[in-house]
Design a protein around this ligand. Structure first.
Ligand code: SF4
Length: 243
């Protein structure tokens, strides 16, 4: 039975010691074809796709095809689809990269990355998940301090649907153990110093001791693309991107 919005915190608490597969099975059984997942084929997303392939064929998987993704990322999509037979749809922005750059006098990922992410990620995501009741995210609590308070299941106020974080309690080591043990296809850029991979203009390789997302929008105050509303340490909601 689908929990009400008010019941979600207690449902989430009850799942604290569940495995990611158990959480995904619950999500698939609870929301059926109304379950979606956006993926940029990070290590966590690849692991979740492999898990889902043994749980459901109904989930709507999609990638926000910004027009600025690495070729290696798109090749990873193909390898995952070939291995698991689950389609991962490409969802693009209404405006092509060429049209957007012409309108703004050139690329805006350096001058105004929030607007760029809004046009190429946030608006297409809002359209893609319209009509769905729940979406799966690959967030881990140990990725950044800002992600540390994410529930396993919660209400996503920004997009108005249930958000499921099956890997909330997993570590990076857990993810890579799963990938290597199960021979899950992953982005080869991970082996070249890129633990977190987004669009090529906004992703850098990182150094030893940096946190995994330090290479995203490096040298700017931006840390998130606007897809996730996160909770700060005081439990207050904090939207890290102003749209
Ligand atoms: S990550 Fe960079 S290139 Fe990609 S949509 Fe955001 S600002 Fe634009």
């Amino acid at each position: 039975m689908k929990p009400t919005r008010e019941e979600l915190p207690s449902v989430s608490s009850a799942m604290e010691d569940w495995t990611p597969q158990e959480i995904l099975r619950w999500a698939a059984e609870t929301y059926g074809p109304k379950l979606a997942m956006a993926t940029a084929f990070g290590a966590e997303g690849c692991a979740i796709i492999a898990m889902l392939s043994e749980i459901t064929r109904d989930v709507y998987l999609f990638n926000l095809d910004t027009g600025y993704q690495f070729p290696e990322t798109l090749e990873t999509r193909q390898r995952l689809m070939d291995k698991y037979g689950l389609p991962v749809h490409l969802v693009g922005a209404e405006q092509s990269v060429e049209a957007m750059e012409a309108e703004h006098g050139g690329p805006i990922y350096d001058k105004n990355p929030d607007l760029c992410c809004h046009i190429r990620k946030v608006v297409p995501l809002a359209g893609a998940i319209k009509g769905y009741e729940a979406w799966i995210s690959a967030i881990r609590r140990d990725q950044t301090p800002a992600r540390a308070n994410q529930p396993i299941v919660g209400w996503d106020k920004k997009f108005e649907l249930v958000k499921v974080n099956p890997l909330a309690n997993w570590t990076k080591k857990d993810v890579w153990n799963f990938i290597l043990k199960n021979d899950v296809p992953y982005n080869p850029l991970h082996d070249q110093g890129y633990p977190s991979i987004g669009c090529w203009p906004c992703t850098r390789a990182i150094g030893a001791g940096d946190d995994d997302r330090a290479g995203r929008w490096a040298g700017t105050a931006k840390t998130e693309c606007g897809l996730h509303i996160l909770n700060n340490a005081a439990g207050k909601e904090k939207e890290l991107v102003k749209l």
